[in-house]
Design a protein around this ligand. Structure first.
Ligand code: T46
Length: 191
């Protein structure tokens, strides 16, 4: 299959950057932002079940850190279609060498990159500009009864947000900090 985007591994195993191939002409540009077969060939099973978007008008706002527990653990493919954002994923797989480590990367409408957030990770982002439009594909259905989250300013995670954090939702602001009982997300073979 002609590879119209390439996958680049991120420092947290299982997470990738998708680098889009942009077809530009006098009308503008075209690019593919997702392809199940190409992802499968790279070992990523991320058939989209749901597609979500969010608009964040105010620079500095943080949404996250969210995840879904098994059997609704999800792969997310995250895109920025307006403005710029700092996208963060946290490894919550207790058997991983990078358990509780975070990685962050800037996505913009013109970076022509997406991030693949694997199952077993928490995800969130900070708006680096006003009017940030995020669109993301989810590999499982929304399951609020299986939704979990971490506080974006949890001292154990020590996420280095580029801007002062503002605009947390009540749900996010009220998340308890991680304690030594925190077991992460245990994924079974079939999850
Ligand atoms: C995710 C989702 C949410 N909702 C409802 C629940 C709330 O009433 C409202 C806003 O949800 P939430 O506060 O979780 O939205 P964000 O804070 O933008 O979080 C989202 O963006 C961060 C960065 C993520 O990674 C999460 O996947 C996703 O939850 O939409 C739905 O009805 N369906 C859905 O699939």
């Amino acid at each position: 299959m002609k590879q119209e985007f390439s996958l680049e591994p991120l420092p947290l195993a299982g997470a990738f950057r998708i680098r889009h191939k942009v077809f530009a002409d006098s009308r503008g540009m075209f690019k593919r932002i997702g392809c199940h077969q190409a992802l499968l060939e790279a070992g990523v099973d991320a058939q989209p079940r749901q597609v979500n978007c969010s608009m964040t008008p105010q620079q500095g706002t943080v949404r996250g850190m969210h995840f879904q527990l098994p059997p609704a653990a999800e792969v997310k493919i995250v895109n920025c279609f307006n403005g710029a954002l700092f996208d963060v994923l946290v490894d919550l797989r207790p058997d991983s060498d990078t358990f509780l480590h975070w990685y962050g990367e800037r996505l913009t409408a013109d970076s022509h990159t997406s991030l693949i957030i694997p199952k077993g990770f928490a995800h969130g982002f900070q708006a680096l500009t006003d009017n940030v439009l995020m669109m993301y594909l989810n590999s499982t259905d929304y399951s609020p009864e299986l939704e979990g989250g971490l506080h974006p300013q949890d001292p154990t995670l020590a996420i280095e947000w580029p801007l002062p954090v503002i605009g947390l939702s009540q749900k996010d602001a009220e998340r308890a900090f991680i304690d030594n009982q925190f077991g992460g997300i245990v994924l079974a073979e079939h999850d």
